[in-house]
Design a protein around this ligand. Structure first.
Ligand code: NAD
Length: 335
């Protein structure tokens, strides 16, 4: 079993990675326990062995709404989940974000165990404590920082994951390689990939839990990525949208002379090896630009871009002229 400590000041926690990590679940439970699980996820025996109510919910982006939160809160009330209770979120990023947010506001916060079941959730969303749901216009606009008590990344779940979802998760893996740790690009063993990505995320989150600066580096590719995702009405997989967003970001980086032009092709190839970004929905440059303005990460009305200096070195806080953004978006939508 691999283990990575997320040393968030005041509430550090472990991420246990490997086939069989779920066997450790019981030792992290307190009080009444409520399991919120994506109904598409196969039930592993360790989970069926826990004597607690199992709430099956529909996964996917459509789950991340305030209505979804209300339903969970009603179930917590019904099940008399007390302040010493534990919510166990079993699913991809959508269930982790939804159940995590509900746990963070129920009785002003109850313990949360994250059991990520997609590659994307294992390498990214289950770690770091961001939870939340979407509004009609913006992704993750309502949310909280709520660190889990433990993350159990049981890689057996990946066996049932559709290829499309695996590819989507690889987009975030490429993000870590491009933004923080180039060595990740050469790895093939999934457990090792999860561990290395989690190490990157843990290091960043421990230094900047609330995204006051450094943590923004994890948003490499997400400005245009979120915009494409929103403009597509969330029909496009988050990972594919981020892959497209990274293609825009590296082009902007090269246009500004921050990185070598050869990095554009290097990143394109890394993404293409996983079939990323794949076919994008029919969108115009204007639609994507309009959605980038709605991105919640702008400060004082200006977006702050995360851009690349070289492979493994992303930097924050760039102000990019509109024409350069426009050119990059047009290029990635047409190629
Ligand atoms: N909180 C964060 O820090 C953070 C970071 C990155 C992404 N996110 C969020 O994560 C979400 C995307 O996560 P995701 O890609 O895991 O999506 P997801 O939760 O929608 O899961 C993808 C699909 O796979 C199915 N599925 C999940 N596990 C399965 C398994 N083991 N076997 C078979 N099917 C399975 C789900 O039902 C769903 O249809 C987005 O909403 C994104 O905003 C959050």
């Amino acid at each position: 079993m691999r283990s990575v400590e997320v040393a968030v000041p005041g509430h550090p926690y472990p991420v246990l990675i490997g086939a069989g990590a779920l066997a450790r679940l019981e030792s992290f439970l307190t009080g009444r326990v409520l399991v919120v699980a994506d109904r598409a996820v196969p039930e592993l025996p360790e989970l069926s062995g826990i004597a607690s109510p199992l709430l099956k919910v529909e996964g996917g982006e459509a789950a991340k709404t305030m209505r979804g939160v209300s339903r969970l809160l009603a179930a917590f009330e019904e099940e008399r989940l007390g302040r010493d209770g534990t919510v166990v979120a079993v699913g991809g990023g959508t269930i982790g974000d939804l159940a995590g947010f509900a746990a963070s506001i129920w009785l002003r916060g109850v313990a949360l165990v994250q059991v990520p079941t997609t590659l994307l959730a294992m390498v990214d969303s289950a770690v770091g404590g961001k939870t939340g749901v979407n509004t009609a216009r913006a992704k993750n606009a309502v949310g909280s920082f709520w660190q889990p008590r433990v993350v159990l990344a049981d890689t057996r779940y990946l066996a049932s994951l559709p290829a499309e979802q695996l590819a989507g998760g690889q987009a975030e893996v490429v993000k870590y390689a491009m933004a923080l740790d180039p060595g990740i690009a050469g790895l093939t063993d999934l457990e090792e990939i999860v561990e290395r990505c989690v190490r990157c995320k843990a290091e960043v989150v421990a230094k900047d839990e609330r995204e006051e600066g450094l943590r923004e580096v994890l948003n490499y590719g997400h400005t245009v990525g979120h915009a494409i995702e929103a403009a597509s009405g969330y029909s496009l997989h988050h990972g594919r949208a981020v892959a497209a967003g990274m293609r825009a970001a590296v082009r902007i980086s090269a246009s500004l002379g921050l990185c070598q032009p050869s990095l554009v092709q290097a990143q394109d190839e890394l993404l293409a090896a996983h079939g990323l970004p794949g076919r994008l929905p029919e969108l115009t440059t204007e639609q994507v630009l309009a959605a980038t303005s709605a991105d919640k990460k702008s400060r004082a009305g200006r977006r702050r871009w995360v851009l690349l200096r070289e492979m493994g070195r992303a930097e924050l806080g760039f102000d990019v002229p509109d024409d350069i953004v426009r050119r990059a978006v047009t290029e990635i939508l047409s190629s």
